[in-house]
Design a protein. Structure first.
Length: 414
């Protein structure tokens, strides 16, 4: 057998992540009890294989399952150019078909089903936020925002408005809900916390860090201990139609960005290098993000990347790849389990984006007078090894023993 370097690297990364993030069953964290027969369980259904199998497994377990789907699509975006189709995104015209799939599944399995309208809240908390952040020269993460305010916020409020009393809210996310036997930061508080799933290649804990601990008390992820491969197998064994579906995309594809931002005219400006030399013109800073290489519209004899974006001067700054490294960052708008903030420096693993490898870092309160405005108390994170393309607006999420100990929004790197 020939040596495949790509496969080897993938195996090595997965092995490393598993040992960095996976929770050993004998340590101080205990997974919270899963729903049992007789419990009333709300299941968030998207029409995909994960949520559909989750509902099916709970039904088989003897739970009273109630399926709910959030309705987001306002029909406000025109068709994609050149007749392109928008498949499997969170926000798009496919929502009608997904709801019909969910309705059919629930009818076949004798599951009560409701569609909950969260369009206005989604517009305000996700779409408007997404556009405002890009126009401010930042790179937002709409999935994190949606989980906090919509899937585990407005959707559950809608369930409450229907007068439905439930024991648990379950989704098909790959993550765990755990509790520590030790108090947080020297206190006696032991809230529910998000931890990494068994299948680290599909782990979604990073996306869930902003969900309040009080909400997590009733949240469970039945697929936490299941691999994606086994999920498809179990779904096919049960002849679930969702097993034949392609996996959904996150939010909307890039092809829709220009249409999404067409509500306001873009403001062109200069593209410069680190020395201030003008290299070309950009078409509006909302079309660029830190680390971007393609679509810059600049001719160069060497690869250039977006180094930073200056929204005040309306500039896009380019550099070589070597200049994208950062030794640390400052983040604000933090979410801590049970709202308990650490007051002393500590060591942790940090991820600066979903796809990034977690890295060891020192986390400490940031008290320097740098003239910047912050949301809440900022914290400084110093990496043990330099990180590439740290993007303001993305989230820095910290892990201790594979459990999320907090997370904030990146303000700037250094």
């Amino acid at each position: 057998m020939s040596f495949n370097r790509k496969i080897y690297r993938k195996i090595l990364v997965v092995y490393t992540l598993r040992h960095i993030l996976y929770i050993n069953p004998v340590d101080k964290y205990v997974s919270l009890k899963m729903p049992e027969a007789g419990d009333t369980v709300i299941v968030g259904l998207s029409g995909g294989v994960d949520s559909t199998l989750t509902a099916c497994l709970l039904k088989e377990k003897g739970c009273r399952v109630i399926g709910v789907t959030m309705s987001l699509w306002k029909g406000d975006l025109p068709p994609l150019p050149d007749g392109k189709k928008l498949h499997g995104s969170c926000y798009g015209p496919d929502e009608t078909a997904d709801i019909e799939d969910c309705k059919k599944f629930c009818e076949e399995h004798d599951i009560e089903y409701h569609v909950i309208d969260v369009k206005e809240e989604y517009q305000k908390q996700v779409l408007d936020y997404f556009k405002a952040e890009y126009r401010a020269g930042r790179t937002p993460n709409p999935c994190i925002r949606c989980n906090c305010f919509i899937k585990f916020g407005a959707l559950l409020k809608g369930v409450q408005n229907l007068g439905i009393d439930y024991d648990y809210f379950c989704t098909g996310h790959y993550a765990k809900v755990v509790r520590s036997s030790e108090g947080l930061w020297g206190t006696d508080k032991t809230p529910a916390q998000i931890a990494c799933a068994m299948d680290i290649t599909k782990d979604q804990a990073y996306f869930l860090y902003r969900i309040p601990s009080a909400v997590l008390e009733k949240v469970r992820f039945p697929l936490a201990f299941t691999s994606k491969k086994d999920v498809f197998k179990m779904a096919k064994d049960r002849n679930l139609a969702a097993a034949q579906k392609e996996e959904s995309q996150d939010f909307i594809p890039e092809e829709y960005f220009d249409i999404l931002f067409s509500d306001k005219p873009s403001v062109p400006g200069d593209i410069i290098d680190l020395d201030g030399h003008v290299l070309g013109k950009h078409r509006g800073i909302e079309h660029y993000t830190v680390g971007q290489r393609r679509g810059l519209g600049v001719s160069s004899t060497r690869p250039l990347y977006v180094h930073s974006i200056d929204p005040i001067k309306n500039l896009v700054v380019l550099s070589d790849n070597e200049a994208l490294g950062a030794s640390g960052l400052v983040a604000d708008d933090w979410v801590w389990p049970a709202g308990v903030e650490p007051s002393e420096p500590f060591e942790a693993m940090v991820k600066i984006r979903l796809a990034s490898r977690p890295v060891k870092a020192r986390v400490e309160p940031y008290d320097e007078k740098d003239g910047k405005e912050y949301t809440g108390k900022p914290y400084k994170i110093t990496f043990e090894e330099e990180q590439r393309a740290v993007a303001p607006g993305q989230s820095a999420v910290i892990y201790i023993d594979g459990v999320i100990a907090g997370g904030g929004v990146i303000s700037h790197s250094f």
